[in-house]
Design a binder for this molecule. Structure first.
Ligand code: HEC
Ligand code: HEC
Ligand code: HEC
Ligand code: HEC
Length: 121
């Protein structure tokens, strides 16, 4: 009886580890950046799927297989007085950077114009 429970436990654990390794577990569906320039709606889950769950494309300080960690803003502080790159710089590099490159390569791309990402009500 006991060993059966352990067997089930291992199976469940194995299933969980697959979910976590693929990142299906932790990825948030949608993230909205509410900034003065206009709200940016980021389809987090859709992006993860488009990028074959390669979380490291954006979460560049994570190790392979990691599913959570520090937020971008914990290292990339907003504001010009901070050292290193600002939030605006790194978000534009990451988001717009990938869209620009994909567009140049004639691949499916996201928006590259300010007001396509920053939507004012
Ligand atoms: C296209 C870029 C991109 C990809 C790919 C991506 N993320 Fe994210 N993720 C972000 C951004 C941007 C945020 C929001 C900013 C922040 O809070 O750090 C975020 C936030 C998160 C958060 C919430 C952080 C928190 O504490 O609230 C988790 C968890 C997360 N991502 C997990 C994942 C996992 C797991 C994957 C891979 C399956 C993944 N992400 C793929 C860009 C991405
Ligand atoms: C644990 C700290 C940490 C976290 C979390 C982090 N970064 Fe960074 N990132 C750095 C450091 C350090 C650099 C080196 C440049 C600098 O001084 O800012 C960097 C550089 C960058 C660069 C510039 C790369 C280049 O080639 O010029 C981009 C873009 C970037 N980060 C985007 C992000 C995004 C998007 C997130 C969240 C999904 C994130 N970072 C989360 C520490 C972090
Ligand atoms: C590594 C590449 C990559 C990165 C990084 C990336 N995107 Fe995208 N994005 C895409 C692609 C590819 C599409 C088009 C998807 C499609 O049409 O199937 C897209 C589509 C979009 C769209 C159009 C609506 C939608 O969700 O399909 C918006 C808005 C967008 N991205 C915002 C962002 C923001 C904000 C960030 C940064 C937090 C970001 N993207 C980071 C590749 C990327
Ligand atoms: C691919 C989507 C995307 C495009 C295109 C884009 N941005 Fe952004 N922008 C963002 C994201 C994401 C942030 C980060 C929000 C944050 O700091 O939390 C941001 C931040 C900003 C900020 C700082 C935050 C604030 O107070 O508004 C400014 C200013 C800004 N963008 C202006 C622009 C301008 C001007 C353009 C056109 C040249 C542009 N953006 C194009 C996604 C985009």
């Amino acid at each position: 009886m006991k060993s059966r429970f352990i067997g089930i436990g291992i199976l469940v654990g194995f299933g969980l580890s697959i979910l976590m390794a693929t990142g299906a577990f932790a990825a948030k569906n949608e993230i909205v950046f509410d900034v003065s320039m206009g709200k940016v709606t980021f389809t987090h889950k859709k992006h993860s799927e488009t990028l074959q769950n390669n979380c490291l494309k954006c979460h560049h300080t994570w190790k392979q297989g990691e599913t959570s960690g520090k937020k971008c803003l914990e290292c990339h502080k907003a504001g010009p007085e901070g050292k290193g790159l600002s939030a605006k710089e790194v978000f534009h590099k990451t988001c717009k950077g990938c869209h620009d490159e994909a567009k140049k390569a004639n691949k499916p791309a996201g928006p590259t114009m300010c007001t396509q990402c920053h939507v004012k009500k």
